[in-house]
Ligand binder design. Structure first.
Ligand SMILES: CC(C)(COP(=O)(O)OP(=O)(O)OC[C@H]1O[C@@H](n2cnc3c(N)ncnc32)[C@H](O)[C@@H]1OP(=O)(O)O)[C@@H](O)C(=O)NCCC(=O)NCCS
Length: 427
């Protein structure tokens, strides 16, 4: 990991300290060689004082045991039927996986405990079929989990639930994780499976609002694997019941967990509970982010070079666009009050967030702002995005005489020969 990555993590520390993340780990990840790295990443989260609950699956372990013993098992997918033999294997596989988790965490001195926090009842008879030892989660023993968390202990929750009569049931780990996240009001529920996330038309979708995820599920339900559908359904439910963010990442990929949590772009798919996007005035602590954002565009001569001091001096004229409290775009607005005109400067949208209307939203914001300050005209100077301003931003090509006098001399001195773009601001 680079020093710059560590600096990036620092930016998130205040936000995530003492918050709770529920990690739901598929059994296929538990048997992969990358699992040890994943446990190291979990230790990093604990070292940053992020509380963690681990819920894990067992189906892959049940199948392995069944193959070794040459005994048939019932349907292991989601809420399949669980006969007595499958239940025995589920208990054995869960114990083994739980032990592996404790063992791996102990290597980095992280304390953890296997729990019986899931209270379950029989799934019952559905469409004439008795689901036998399959259970549905009735409730979560939150007090127990909170007690462990308060002591800095990671609760490990196997995919089995218990009723008050000494009976054990196999439960769906996606559902159990969702119930735990909802009842403990987790900041994040992270499904760690062998999928990269949700891919639309072959391209990974980085973010879904709840509304987008709902319509995606309606349209694509039949084409999704049962496994992904289950995570999407439970993830959506969690977002609708108080969990702010649900992530889906690939646990076979090294550093996926840290990459998803501690980067703007993430590596998998995130469903977010609210449209947490906003344009706000830039603050002093945004200066480094703005400098990092525009660095490549400056190198490509799309934007005028600016030093850190330039941005600091002009900070009152800068606005940033945030998604999920991450700055992903910026714009500057320089006022020429005596000429009732303003310049839109330094418009930049991070590559990962292009083509989502953010540039357009910032242009509209700048227009409204300029109008409210008494301007009759907004202008922009662009060397490479002039057709964007014309085709998408409502600007027309102007000439030197359209610029405020001061700006005319600076324009000529720069030698950039930018296209002059004008947008009249109606009253
Ligand atoms: C130009 C820029 C601000 C656009 O931001 P954005 O948020 O992706 O833009 P929007 O989502 O509002 O609009 C996307 C549309 O504009 C089009 N577009 C993007 N850049 C374009 C360009 N340079 N020329 C023409 N059209 C462009 C896209 O193809 C897309 O078209 P569609 O709606 O038909 O699919 C962004 O690409 C950027 O930061 N570029 C580098 C910096 C720069 O040139 N800034 C302007 C100088 S002040």
């Amino acid at each position: 990991m680079k020093a710059t990555d560590l600096r990036g993590i620092l930016g998130y520390m205040a936000r995530f300290r003492d918050r709770l993340f529920v990690l739901s780990i598929d059994s296929k990840v538990l048997v992969d060689e990358n699992f040890r790295n994943l446990l190291l990443d979990i230790s990093v989260l604990r070292s940053l004082n992020i509380n963690v609950v681990i819920v894990h699956g067992a189906s892959c372990g049940i199948q392995r045991l069944a193959d070794q013993l040459s005994c048939p098992v019932s349907d292991l997918e989601g809420m399949g039927i669980t006969d007595s033999q499958t239940l025995e294997l589920a208990i054995a596989a869960s114990s083994r996986f739980g032990h592996n988790i404790l063992e791996g965490l102990a290597e980095t001195d992280v304390r953890a405990a296997i729990t019986n926090a899931i209270v379950a009842h029989p799934a019952g008879i559905r469409k004439g079929q008795d689901f036998a030892h399959t259970g549905k989660v009735e409730r979560v023993d939150t007090q127990f989990l909170k007690t462990l968390l308060a002591e800095g202990i990671i609760p490990v929750i196997p995919p089995v639930g218990f009723d008050g009569n000494g009976q054990t049931f196999r439960v769906n780990s996606d559902q159990a994780a969702r119930e735990v996240a909802e009842t403990l009001k987790a900041a994040k529920l992270i499904y760690i499976s062998t999928h990269n996330g949700i891919a639309e038309g072959g391209t990974l979708s980085a973010q879904f609002s709840v509304a987008e995820a709902e319509s995606y599920l309606r349209a694509q339900s039949s084409s999704l694997s049962a496994d992904l559908r289950s995570k999407l359904e439970h993830g959506l439910h969690a977002c609708q019941h108080g969990v702010q963010r649900v992530h889906m990442i690939n646990g076979l990929q090294d550093e996926a967990l840290l990459g998803e949590i501690f980067s703007n772009e993430g590596v998998g798919t995130m469903i977010y509970a609210n449209e947490y996007q906003s344009i706000r005035p830039a603050r002093k602590r945004d200066v480094s982010v703005i400098m990092a954002l525009i660095r490549e565009a400056v190198a490509a001569e799309e934007l005028v070079p600016r030093t850190r001091q330039d941005v600091l001096d002009q900070l009152a004229n800068f606005y940033v666009f945030e998604i999920d409290r991450n700055v992903v775009a910026c714009v500057g607005l320089r006022l020429f009050a005596s000429e009732e005109s303003a310049e839109l400067q330094c418009l930049f949208v991070s590559q990962a967030h292009e083509n989502q209307g953010i540039g357009g939203a910032l242009i509209e914001f700048a227009c409204t702002k300029a109008k409210s300050l008494g301007c009759k005209c907004l202008f922009a100077l662009s060397t490479q995005a002039f057709s964007y301003f014309q085709q998408k931003g409502g600007f027309t090509v102007g000439n030197l005489a359209d610029l405020p006098l001061d700006r005319q001399s600076a324009y000529e001195a720069s030698g950039r020969k930018s296209r002059i773009l004008i947008r009249k601001l109606s009253a």
